[in-house]
Design a protein around this ligand. Structure first.
Ligand SMILES: Nc1nc2c(ncn2[C@@H]2O[C@H](COP(=O)(O)OP(=O)(O)OP(=O)(O)O)[C@@H](O)[C@H]2O)c(=O)[nH]1
Ligand SMILES: [Mg+2]
Length: 632
């Protein structure tokens, strides 16, 4: 079945609510106060089957003080009925509501001249002329103009026919997109709890779905669903929907919040935009305060104009700007915002979101302006690539492809893959990082490691953690790993605890002969190794040369340090073999060893015996029991 969400628009008392009631049989003015004062205060909702279509109506107030409410209602509609009373013709809110519809980029609608019974032929002809003048050059140009009377019923069938045709032609909304429902009403129902309503702008909501309420980021569960007053299991884009929410109190939900898929929208106080100023308003000054309307929300903010020394935007022209908001808004790239003056609160223009969560610092410069110019003409993939480039090694979270760039969740993975193949970016964990930034980081790692080899020729390489601390501060661990991986697969780097350039050979201190002589001295010493003075005496080498060679041999694990003793690995291995033989000699019964026996057997003093026995304990060859040891 076709469906259509129809909004009313127009000056106060021009018969909007009466028309909705005449078309649907439902009075959209529910409040006592509305009935008493005869004006609409809150948004009204009604629905009817017209021809083959389910048509939902959102009825807005015409009073100039309620434009904010009007904006909350008109944001989600497919089709607008611009209402002009035959006895009053075009009035201020006729113009303002019509401006808003144009600024929002509405594409479909018609003009309805109401109260046809209350004006004579000449007056009605004049009204028709004024209406034609108003809509010339707009989306309503050449659209039907229908004269009706809610009182007599005249013209209602013509209007129904217009709506039926529009429903048949209306473009399907993106059902596969992220769920997005700007909330226009919140109430409680006995036995149900919190219920919110709104037009589902995109996506599909199912019973049991887990969604978030933003701003605020509260997790909620869909406990019940109604479309056009009927319980359903599924609601899809373009439908007026009432949702019973679990997990949230009435007091925690307000109109202006959005119900959305997790991580699909940016919650932000800073938005880069392209703005259009109406021709009928005063120039907009840099730094000026204004009201920003989006979906069903209104927030205050200031406008900062892009470029060096740009002081204002002239009426009827466009500009690139940054909006700094006083409270968070929930937007994505491509969204349309309505701008109203702070005081008086009249509609002054609109803005299209270029970057909902800019990370680049200033826009008051030529380069700042150029960045926005590029964003304004870029498509989704190149926008994503530009944002990733801008962030260098810090990259952007994967979820930004949807929340910040506005790619539909269903196509985002394919876009990312294409950009990866094209060499624009790489996935590192859950971040996207520019390929250029990764390459630059690789080069810096290599340079650092090479420099380290020069400065510390006796070391196997630069400690991995040191490289990370020096070059990858504030960078996600996954990004560091991606750089390491790239260097290893390019065969440029050996990546162990220490990093070395592929093919790197440690310099031998004093040459191989020196190292061999020092090693030999330790080897000959066995379990009672010589000290530096003794080695110097036996080899004729200088003490500092012996010390460097010793350090080298320790790093190579040819020598082992036990407290202050330095022994040759071979001596310790031989000791362990002796112990194994001793244990085997016991024929299965426990073999004990005391310090005295040990000293005697190897002809060593306490100074050597104790560190050696403790070493054997650590190696689990022996276990200490009182003064003696048991062989394990
Ligand atoms: N004669 C005549 N009067 C009408 C017609 N439609 C509405 N009215 C009267 O016009 C007045 C305003 O009608 P509403 O439908 O409340 O107007 P509205 O545009 O919804 O007003 P707001 O919501 O406050 O902006 C009421 O007194 C209606 O009875 C009509 O077709 N003919
Ligand atoms: Mg009304």
């Amino acid at each position: 079945m076709n469906r259509l969400v129809v909004g009313t628009a127009g000056h106060i008392d021009h018969g909007k609510s009466s028309l909705v009631q005449a078309l649907t049989g439902i009075d959209p003015d529910r409040l006592k106060e509305e009935k008493a004062r005869g004006i609409t205060i809150e948004l009204g909702f009604a629905h009817a089957t017209i021809g083959e279509a389910r048509v939902a109506f959102v009825d807005v107030p015409g009073h100039e003080r309620f434009v904010r409410t009007m904006l909350a209602g008109v944001g989600g509609v497919d089709f607008v009925m611009l209402i002009v009373a035959a006895d009053e013709s075009v009035m201020p809110q006729t113009r303002e509501h019509f401006d808003i519809c144009r600024l929002l980029g509405l594409r479909d609608g018609c003009v309805v001249i109401t109260k046809a019974d209350a004006a004579d032929d000449d007056t009605r002809a004049l009204v028709a002329l004024e209406v034609a003048e108003l809509v010339r050059g707009s989306f309503l140009y050449n659209k039907p103009v229908v004269e009706v009377s809610a009182r007599t019923g005249a013209g209602l069938d013509d209007l129904r026919a217009v709506l039926a045709v529009a429903a048949g032609q209306s473009r399907a909304r993106p059902e596969g997109g992220a769920v997005r429902l700007p909330i226009d009403r919140v109430f409680t129902m006995r036995g149900f709890g919190t219920v919110v309503t709104g037009t589902l702008v995109s996506g599909t909501v199912r019973l049991g779905d887990e969604l978030t309420l933003v701003p605020g980021a509260a997790g909620v569960k869909v406990r019940g669903l109604q479309v056009h007053g009927r319980a359903e299991d599924v609601a899809s884009a373009g439908q007026r929907t009432a949702i019973n929410l679990g997990g949230v109190e009435l007091a925690d939900v307000t109109r202006g919040q959005t119900l959305a898929s997790r991580e699909s929208l940016s919650v932000t106080r800073r938005i880069d935009v392209a703005l259009d100023l109406l021709a009928s308003v005063r120039p907009l000054k840099h730094g000026g305060r204004l009201r920003v309307h989006h979906g069903t929300a209104e927030v205050f903010g200031r406008v900062s104009l892009a470029g060096t020394d740009v002081v204002d935007v002239q009426p009827g022209t466009s500009a690139l700007a940054r909006l700094r908001l006083e409270s968070p808004a929930v937007v994505t790239r491509g969204d349309r915002l309505i701008l109203r003056g702070y005081s008086p609160p009249v509609t002054i223009g609109a803005a299209t979101v270029l970057d909902p969560a800019p990370t680049a610092p200033g826009i008051r410069s030529d380069s700042g302006r150029r960045r926005l110019e590029e964003l304004a003409v870029a498509d989704g993939p190149s926008t994503l690539a530009a944002m990733v480039r801008e962030r260098g090694l810090r990259g952007v979270p994967l979820s930004d492809a949807v929340a910040r760039v506005g790619l539909p969740p269903s196509t985002a993975p394919a876009v990312i893959e294409r950009l990866e193949t094209a060499g624009a970016l790489r996935r590192a964990g859950d971040r996207l990082v520019s390929q250029a930034a990764l390459q630059e980081a690789s080069a810096r790692v290599l340079a650092l490691v090479k420099e380290f080899h020069v400065q510390q020729p006796l070391s196997e390489g630069l400690p991995r953690e040191e490289a990370r601390a020096r070059l990858f501060k504030d960078v996600d661990a996954a990004v560091f790993e991606a750089v390491m991986q790239a260097l290893v697969s390019a065969k440029a780097l050996i990546d162990r605890e220490r990093l070395a350039v592929t093919g790197y050979k440690m310099a031998l201190p004093g040459g191989e002969a020196t190292v061999a002589a020092v090693e030999g001295a330790y080897g000959a010493g066995g379990l009672t190794p010589p000290d530096v003075t003794a080695i110097a005496a036996s080899t004729g080498l200088k003490p500092d040369v012996i010390e460097t060679a010793t350090t080298y041999l320790l790093r190579q694990k040819v020598l082992v340090k036990l407290d202050t003793l330095i022994l040759h690995r071979g001596a310790l291995d031989a000791l362990k073999r002796d112990m194994a033989a001793l244990k085997a000699g016991g024929g299965g019964s426990p073999v004990r060893l005391d310090v005295g026996t040990f000293k005697e057997q190897y002809g060593i003093t306490r100074k050597f015996a104790i560190p050696l026995l403790e070493y054997l304990d650590r190696e689990r060859v022996t276990r200490r029991m009182g003064d003696a040891r048991v062989l394990l």
